[in-house]
Design a protein around this ligand. Structure first.
Ligand code: SF4
Ligand code: SF4
Length: 485
């Protein structure tokens, strides 16, 4: 990215246009910016000494403009010409991304049980402590039904993804491993695990089959890491996660999630250092989802979250410059992609509607289907059951429609926020459980503002590529893949 580009250069190279309202043949072409049929551009302070962002709020078309050239950008006809030239292509692309995708992944919960009682878990405690496993036969039946569904809905040659998720999927290891072997040619598999049950045999099984493995560690210091992730009797497990990290070192389809809470927020740069030192290539610094009350007790403040998240990103960048080895913070990389190349994004929380129910869905051990794992503890969001209902009907059900129909355009104040298509106003589960309705915000607006401004500053300074996977732009046409997750 060239930070010295003019507004018109930006429009023809890096700017984006998204519009959910289709123009008609009789609609007059835009003549001016900010009047009539013209696009509405908002100048946004991104905290950069030289540049501000000029964003068309409805569409997320952006340009970086020198602060003393704002008037020129708004009155320069070449800027509007470039916008006109790109509008149709971007509109089609973004309409497809926001409203045209079909599910291609399943968060598959093979058990209700978990050997841990983490502070922020979205699955009710009773379910995790007393729940049931899916039997091997039932799990194979479920995969068979999913295979048939995806064969009918996805383009030929595109493999759907199954991510075994929790609760703790390895508590039902035998069934999970049988499923992976039986359907290895039909799905790409991943396992999101708390890592406590990952022994050498399990690691060998998963890595030999190229199964994605995600594990969780919330801090470097055991006292911090163990304060949020512990057993039912209160014992910390971070030593077991470190052991798993050692076993998985160098495995390319491996990532670590650190859930950001008030407990670890001050130490995020150290967390990044630790991951980098242990040769982790991809991590996620996921801000805690505040769907259930337990999580709200440890939610960090927005400003602290923004400040320390950016400090951690800066530290990751220093380490990259010092060693030549990247640690990609995937959830932030996704924001950069949302700005620079939306169809290359890999995660679907920061878009509206979010990915829940439309890019993927979650399957409970009894076959109940939910738009996202975040809803598994909320029975009224059950859309149907894999074993008794047609998947297509479940995807159209009222509970799913509540989530797939939640758009930033319907949410105050997101509907007038310039960065709404880089943020997506997550999360619907938080919005309804924490704030009472789908058409309300979730948590952490200020945090999302901070990270988007930081992303635009990096673009202005020509540093964005340093925070992305090598070769990301060779995959710019990819539409939603949970790669490495
Ligand atoms: S925003 Fe919430 S409901 Fe949507 S995909 Fe993300 S976690 Fe799931
Ligand atoms: S949550 Fe905040 S930053 Fe995100 S779209 Fe809404 S107003 Fe904008």
């Amino acid at each position: 990215m060239n930070p010295d580009r003019t507004a018109s250069e930006a429009a023809s190279s890096g700017g984006r246009f998204i519009d959910t309202v289709h123009g008609s043949a009789s609609e007059a072409p835009p003549r001016f910016i900010n009047t009539g049929h013209g696009p509405t551009f908002q100048p946004v302070d991104i905290g950069h000494p030289e540049y501000l962002a000029l964003i068309e709020s409805d569409s997320a078309f952006w340009s970086l403009v020198k602060k003393d050239k704002l008037g020129h950008a708004l009155t320069d006809s070449s800027f509007l010409d470039a916008y006109r030239a790109k509008a149709g292509q971007f509109r089609k692309e973004m309409d497809g991304l926001r409203f045209g995708l079909t599910p291609s992944a399943v968060y598959f919960n093979p058990t209700e049980r978990c050997n841990l009682n983490c502070a922020y878990c979205y699955i009710p405690g009773d379910m995790r402590s007393k729940g049931v496993h899916m039997s091997p036969d039932t799990l194979l039946d479920a995969l068979s039904r999913l295979k048939a569904h995806f064969a009918a809905t996805l383009p030929e040659g595109r493999k759907p993804q199954i991510i075994f998720h929790g609760a703790e999927p390895l508590m039902n290891r035998e069934a999970v491993f049988q499923g992976i072997d039986a359907f290895k040619d039909d799905f790409r598999f991943g396992v999101q695990t708390n890592a406590t049950l990952l022994d050498e045999q399990a690691v060998e099984f998963l890595t030999e089959r190229n199964v994605g493995v995600g594990i969780s560690l919330d801090g470097v210091d055991a006292a911090i890491a163990d304060s949020t992730r512990k057993t039912w009797s209160g014992e910390g497990v971070s030593h077991l996660v470190r052991r798993a990290m050692d076993m998985l070192r160098g495995y390319s389809a491996f990532n670590v999630i650190c859930t950001v809470t008030s407990k670890n927020i001050a130490t995020l740069p150290e967390v990044v250092e630790y991951f980098h030192k242990n040769e982790v290539e991809t991590c996620l610094l996921n801000i805690v989802r505040c769907t259930l009350p337990g999580a709200r007790e440890i939610m960090p403040g927005d400003q602290d979250a923004g400040r320390m998240f950016i400090a951690a990103l800066e530290r990751s960048h220093e380490l990259y410059r010092e060693t030549g080895r990247k640690l990609v913070v995937a959830n932030f990389a996704n924001i950069l992609l949302a700005i620079m190349a939306p169809t290359a994004r890999r995660l679907m929380c920061d878009i509206s509607p979010c990915g829940g129910g439309r890019c993927f869905f979650a399957l409970a051990p009894n076959g109940d289907m939910f738009p996202c794992s975040e809803f598994i503890g909320l029975p009224h969001f059950k859309g149907g059951n894999l074993f008794t209902d047609a998947i297509d009907d479940v995807l159209q059900s009222a509970p799913f429609a509540q989530v797939t129909g939640r758009k930033v355009e319907d949410i105050e104040p997101c509907n007038r926020c310039a960065i709404r298509h880089f943020c997506g106003s997550p999360c619907p589960a938080e919005a309804i459980e924490m704030n009472g309705a789908m058409n309300r915000m979730g948590a952490f607006c200020g945090f999302y503002e901070d990270q988007t401004r930081y992303a635009l500053r990096l673009i202005a300074d020509g540093k964005a590529d340093d925070f992305l996977w090598d070769g990301w732009d060779s995959e710019a046409e990819t539409v939603f893949e949970l790669k490495g997750l």
